[in-house]
Design a protein around this ligand. Structure first.
Ligand SMILES: [Zn+2]
Ligand SMILES: [Zn+2]
Length: 396
């Protein structure tokens, strides 16, 4: 049986000694994305927690699900506590040292089990805190917006710089379909963009395998690719918040997170489209601006990198997996996703420089940007100019 043929609930039941030489361990006990996701979560948490339970949400997710989860848990376990991360100055919660510190200060001692109710930020905060306290946690997702649900690391902002900080995989991931379906549409498109970016992640992994003999696992690559295919097939249904399309995105996001955990590296789930977005994020944070949702930016960066490959693929020393740029852009557009950095709100200078310096965002991952910087800087500069002209002057 190929990994790509397993349903996600089946996949997490085993550990897989693989032909690639690694043993792939999904390290998760339960995934339930259904009409009864929250109810299943409550049963699971009550069964796992041997003492005090801490439910952490933000102001929005508390109203959506956190309050109900807290009250239902407290009916059975009197030592259940709730903390709602406050929003400050009307800007979305930032997962930084201040948020982590304040959450710890407000918490009672002796918590045995943590519950994160939310998506990106709440999950990153709880993953980090529970890890440092040596306790397990589960997450109840409120939006299919990013692929960090199953991640082992927390993306935090420390001293105004985004860092990948230590964390742990949640024991369970749960979500109610109707909550996911009713998430703000920008969160649905963000999830969709993040899933589609896996095409480029796999392409670049193969590129480095062929060029540098980098270790590679076809089982994992195929699994991630198939999850992206499945979402791409139902792109046009997303606008109606179709149940199958939304569930597909959530499962694909969780699956790509698991794939990165099973490979013990983010290689299967992120390529230089993520590095470009990382560059944009850092520049926005430096200026005190709120950057676009991760997946919406990643979807745009995927289009940019596809155009970059089109400009230089004939000049590469190895053949690369062909992604049809027009097709990728049309799939994203049919799901209502942004495909252009200018309309996403990325200033021209930041965009231009992200092509030149995006490679700096990862010291270990070999991508097309690393390659061009190493062997043909003049070509990289020319490409940055051409792409900037395409998006900002010719107005695509
Ligand atoms: Zn493998
Ligand atoms: Zn991502």
């Amino acid at each position: 049986m190929k990994l790509k043929d397993l349903e996600i609930k089946e996949l997490i039941k085993n550990i897989y000694p693989c032909e690639c030489g690694l043993i792939h361990d999904p390290k998760m006990e339960r995934i339930e994305i259904s009409e009864h996701g929250t109810e299943e979560a409550i049963r699971f948490i009550l069964n796992k927690a041997k003492g005090r339970i801490m439910v952490i949400s933000d102001e929005i997710t508390f109203k959506i699900a956190g309050k109900r989860v807290y009250e239902r848990l407290k009916e059975v376990n009197k030592e259940t506590y709730s903390y709602v991360i406050p929003q400050k100055n009307n800007i979305p919660v930032i997962p930084n040292e201040s948020t982590i510190g304040e959450t710890l200060i407000r918490m009672p001692l002796g918590i045995d089990f943590f519950v994160a109710v939310g998506s990106g930020v709440v999950n990153d905060v709880v993953r980090n805190i529970s890890y440092h306290l040596g306790k397990e946690y589960a997450v109840i997702g409120t939006a299919p917006s990013m692929d960090g649900y199953a991640s082992i690391t927390s993306s935090l902002i420390i001293n105004n710089v985004k860092e990948s900080c230590p964390g742990q995989v949640p024991k369970g991931i749960f979500a109610d379909i109707d909550i996911l379906q009713n998430a703000p549409y920008t969160m649905l498109t963000a999830g969709f963009g993040d899933v589609l970016s896996k095409y480029n992640a796999v392409r670049e992994w193969r590129f480095s395998r062929d060029l540098n003999k980098e270790h590679y696992c076809e089982e994992i690559a195929e699994m991630v690719w198939k999850a992206a295919d499945k979402c791409a097939d139902s792109a046009s249904l997303l606008k109606n918040r179709d149940k199958k399309a939304v569930t597909g995105i959530m499962e694909a996001l969780i699956l790509s997170g698991i794939a990165m955990g099973m490979y013990k590296n983010t290689r299967p789930g992120s390529g230089c489209e993520h590095h470009i977005v990382h560059y944009w994020d850092i520049e926005f944070i430096k200026r005190g601006w709120v950057h676009p949702l991760h997946g919406n930016a990643v979807g745009v960066a995927l289009c940019v990198i596809c155009r970059l490959y089109d400009l230089i693929k004939e000049k590469l020393p190895v053949e690369v997996t062909d992604l049809n740029t027009e097709n990728i852009e049309n799939i994203l557009k049919s799901a209502g996703c942004e495909t252009n950095p200018k309309t996403l709100g990325i200033p021209e200078d930041i965009f231009h420089d992200s092509i030149l310096y995006g490679y700096k965002m990862s010291s270990s991952k070999y991508t097309i940007l690393t390659h061009l910087n190493k062997y043909d800087k003049a070509l990289l500069e020319k490409c940055a100019q051409i792409l900037t002209k395409q998006y900002y002057i010719d107005i695509l």
